[in-house]
Write a protein that binds this ligand. Sequence first.
Ligand code: SF4
Ligand code: SF4
Length: 317
Amino acid sequence: MNMKEKIIAIAKENQADAVGFAPISRFDENDPVFKIMPETKTVICLVFRTLRGMYRGIEEGTTYYQYSTMAVENLEETVMPGAALRVANYIETEGYTALPQRRHQIIMAEKDSTNPEVLHDLIYRDRPEENQMNFIDSAVKCGVGEKSLHGVLLTDEFGPMVRYCFVLTDAEIEPDEVIKPHLCDGCGDCVKACPGHAISKDGYVDVWQCATYYKGASGIRNPFMNPDAFPDLDDRLAIIAGEADLSPERAKEILAKIAFYPPVGQSYCASMCGRLCDIDCYVHLEKKGVLKRSFATEFRKREKWSFDISDYDVIKK
Ligand code: SF4
Ligand code: SF4
């Protein structure tokens, strides 16, 4: 078994579903990789499926914590770092340097950005010195999938139902080909699916709009919202319908009023939007028959549920 085969074997023994290798020549000179570890010769991407079952509760509108705990927190904080560490240990045993790279969920390089998956008031912002890799572009360079219209990794086996991390090393390892994009057909289902209209037609995601609706501002898709939600806001119906265009300040104001579901460990919030952008993308790709991993039954079992905005029109001013 050569070094590449051994790395793939260790990653897969530790729950990775796919592994891709990119030579450093694919990264331009300003890429954060050069600041993080200038001697990097190979970037290795480890891809992990998020089980379809973990999405059942948020798809049905019944329970929301399994997705946040098992598909986000557990993978990001336990499974993925464990696998990356074991791969890195092997590489260092072979006499090369290896640096695992996982997303730091509460550090943002931009002044006023956020991460919808974690509590916004715990985030450290304007920290460009804390270089983090460009995750999606690096994954594409490693040949593990393509970038979707809405900016997530799409893989042949699992579509958007994946998460991923990296190991940087100064070992030169045979690269994999970059995949020619073939899954995203621009159908726009991800854009239409978002209950907070956080994704524009060209795929740009407004992170504050996303954060607000991820955490449950849409009454159309939130079974825990009371009919008289946001009683002090004049545009409460526009917010509940997902039709308000929220600045970061406005988003923070609304987020301060939202507590529909307790956060889980490590500050991760429950995905009250049901991660519909990814789920509807998955449903679309599954129906088209382009995903290599098939299941006994289709993911979506019935028409998508939603509440009516008139259910919330109970406050007369
Ligand atoms: S839903 Fe359609 S447009 Fe959006 S990422 Fe998936 S395939 Fe592309
Ligand atoms: S569906 Fe959820 S995760 Fe996707 S963009 Fe909208 S709020 Fe964000």
